[in-house]
Structures are given as structure tokens and as C-alpha cells.
Ligand binder design. Structure first.
Ligand code: MN
Length: 253
């Protein structure tokens, strides 16, 4: 059977990274694009439940949804696609999704949703700033997609892929990594509007990375593609054992 590949993103249906990714994946099977009609970056895993959603058929297996990346994957897998896709690919995000930022990421959350609904999924981001070398990430995404279509993925696990923003020949290699930590410094900017009223911008600070061994961020700094296997069981299993052993809680006095 020809592989059915769902392509989505959080930057919206018109984002260049989405078009380049879908085009690159076409050689592997039938691609269907279902993406938000607007930029949904930092939408995290939000689901629209307080208003109806509309799907626009744009032709040539492209659909836009007036909702979040999670809405897109949910509607694609529940309504739009003829059967469960063999693969869900989210991206290519113009900018990294590393460390703590993963929890805010719409790009990664689309892949989380794909995984929850039972399809092997990956999120692809370009770690860097403009100008973006989308082709570098697209070529690698195809290689990885091919591998996943052959080997599958571990149960309940998605891959968060970050590619250094440079030419393919300038990439050092590929590393499997763990999710690092990102520390924000002065992340809230306080400014005045033209009428002298105070307002705030979140995300304006200069983040720095906790230089941990084997982390996603460290791989990127060293010029490697970072692949982090993620799961959505947020339980801290070591803490669970400790709490069960050492805390005695009761409602009785
Ligand atoms: Mn984005």
C-alpha cells in the first residue's frame, strides 16, 4: 500500500516550511496537508472546543482549518483522511524547538496528537534564524520518514527533530539527545503604548541554555542534528517511587 503521510505545522497553511516539507515527502507516498489557516506558533497542545471548526478544501490534497495544530491533526485523522496515516510530519518550523520550549510548541504538539491517535509522528524544526535553509531540514526529514516507515517507532513515542540552520555539507552528523533546559532572562518586556499606558511582551528576553551533557541544545550548538524521543507520560517515575516510600499522607488528623 502507498504510504499515507499527513503533513501539518503550527505556522499556518501559507508557511514556506510546510510547502517545502510536503514537496520533499511526496516521493515517499501520498501526502495530505492539513494545517491551521493562521500562525499558531506557541499554541501548545490546545484544542478548540468552544466554537465550531471549519475545514477549507484548497484542492490538491491541501486543507486549512480555522483552529490549532492539534485541531488539524484531530480533524485530519477523524474526518479528512480515508484511513489512519502511516506517518504524521509536523514542520518545518522556522526556529528551534528545544528544551523547555517543547512544552509551548505547536509544532511538537501536532506530533504529540498524531502519536496519541496511534500514528508514528515526528516534528521538524530549523534551529537558527533567518535566512532559513529549509532544504537541509527537508532532506533529512525524508531520510528519517523513510526509516520510520520501515522500522516504526517505539510505542507512544514521537521524535522531536531539530536541524542546524545551515547547508547540508556543514552539518556534523546526527545525535540522539535528551530534552534540555532553557533558562529565560528578563523574558517579560515592559513598555508603553502610544498613549502612555503600560503593556507587556512575553518572550522578549535572551534565553540561555543549561549546558547539560547529551542535550538537544548541546547537539545543535555543536552543529549536529538533534533527535529527541519524547513521550507524553509526564509522570516523574523516580519521584513517584520516592513519594510512595517517604511521604505518609492521610486525611485523618
Ligand atoms: Mn512555529
Amino acid at each position: 500500500m502507498t504510504p499515507l503521510i499527513l503533513v501539518t505545522n503550527d505556522d499556518g497553511i501559507h508557511a514556506p516550511g510546510l510547502a517545502i516539507l510536503a514537496l520533499a515527502l511526496q516521493g515517499l507516498g501520498q501526502t495530505v496537508i492539513v494545517a491551521p489557516d493562521q500562525d499558531n506558533s506557541a499554541a501548545s497542545h490546545s484544542l478548540t472546543m468552544k466554537r465550531p471548526l471549519r475545514v477549507k478544501d484548497l484542492g490538491r490534497n491541501r486543507y486549512s482549518v480555522d483552529g490549532t495544530p492539534t485541531d488539524c491533526v484531530t480533524l485530519a485523522m477523524g474526518k479528512i483522511l480515508p484511513h489512519k496515516p502511516h506517518l504524521v510530519v509536523s514542520g518545518i518550523n522556522p526556529g528551534p524547538n528545544l528544551g523547555d520550549d517543547v512544552s509551548y510548541s505547536g509544532t511538537v504538539s501536532a506530533a504529540v496528537e498524531g502519536t496519541m491517535l496511534g500514528a508514528p509522528s515526528l516534528a521538524v524544526s530549523l534551529a537558527g534564524e533567518e535566512p532559513f535553509y529549509f532544504e537541509t531540514a527537508a532532506v533529512f526529514a525524508v531520510k528519517l520518514a523513510q526509516t520510520i516507515l520501515g522500522k516504526g517507532l517505539p510505542k507512544d513515542t514521537l521524535l522531536n527533530v531539530n536541524v542546524p540552520n545551515r547547508r547540508p555539507e556543514e552539518i556534523q552528523g546526527v545525535r540522539f539527545t535528551r530534552q534540555g533546559r532553557r533558562v529565560y532572562d528578563g523574558a517579560i518586556k515592559e513598555t508603553l503604548d502610544p498613549w502612555g499606558r503600560q503593556h507587556y511582551w512575553i518572550g522578549g528576553g535572551t534565553p540561555f541554555w543549561d549546558a547539560g551533557e547529551d542535550t538537544d541544545a548541546q547537539a545543535i550548538v555543536a552543529g549536529y542534528v538533534s533527535i529527541t524521543p519524547l513521550h507524553f507520560d509526564l509522570t516523574n517515575h523516580a519521584a513517584l517511587s520516592m513519594l510512595r516510600k517517604e511521604w505518609r499522607l492521610s486525611l485523618l488528623p
